[in-house]
Design a protein around this ligand. Structure first.
Ligand SMILES: [Zn+2]
Length: 181
């Protein structure tokens, strides 16, 4: 038994071989590219038939009770497994592939969501900059208007000062053309 276990441990466990569902010996696929079957098939062994016979015997015993119910259930399950073994393996493969595809899709969706988020942030930043530029332009316009107003006031004051100076000049002494009044 110890030797048996050691020998089994040395057997490489991969998809190309598996233990027989009945006797536990390593089963290899019939074709190099195929799956290993559920039971032994070499050396005239027929573990599938033996498993079936065991199940029939267990049923024939007809014992009721907890353990018998468990055996019956196990036998039933074993038969169902025999039937679906190949499709089940295909399904396992398909599920594995689908899971990989889902993971890839998830990565894509996350990347796209991150892109959209970055684009939204850029749009918010651009809008903020546009608002600031508009405010700055408004302030510049107000300043220009204020300066124009000041210039107008200065010009008016200068004109008034000139007029006053001229009037004062006329009052101070008759100029060459001021004597006629
Ligand atoms: Zn076997």
């Amino acid at each position: 038994m110890v030797i048996d276990l050691a020998a089994r441990d040395e057997t490489p466990v991969d998809r190309r071989s598996r233990p027989c569902a009945y006797c536990g010996e390593t089963v290899h696929p019939r074709k190099p590219t195929g799956r290993p079957p559920r039971y032994c098939w070499t050396d005239g062994k027929d573990c599938q038939a033996r498993a079936k016979a065991d199940r029939s015997a267990a049923r024939a015993a007809g014992v009721t009770g907890g353990l018998a119910a468990v055996r019956e259930a196990a036998a039933h399950l074993g038969e169902q497994l025999d039937d679906v073994w190949e499709p089940l393996q295909d399904l396992v493969d398909t599920v594995g592939e689908s899971r990989a595809q889902l993971a890839a899709l998830r990565e894509q969706l996350i990347a796209r969501a991150e892109e959209a988020e970055a684009a939204a942030e850029t749009a918010v930043r651009d809008r903020q900059q546009a608002l600031e530029a508009a405010e700055q332009a408004e302030r510049a316009r107000d300043e220009a208007l204020r300066q124009a107003g000041e210039a107008r006031t200065e010009r008016t004051a200068a004109l008034r000062a000139r007029d006053e100076a001229e009037a004062a000049g006329r009052r101070a002494g008759p100029g060459p053309h001021a004597g006629g009044t």
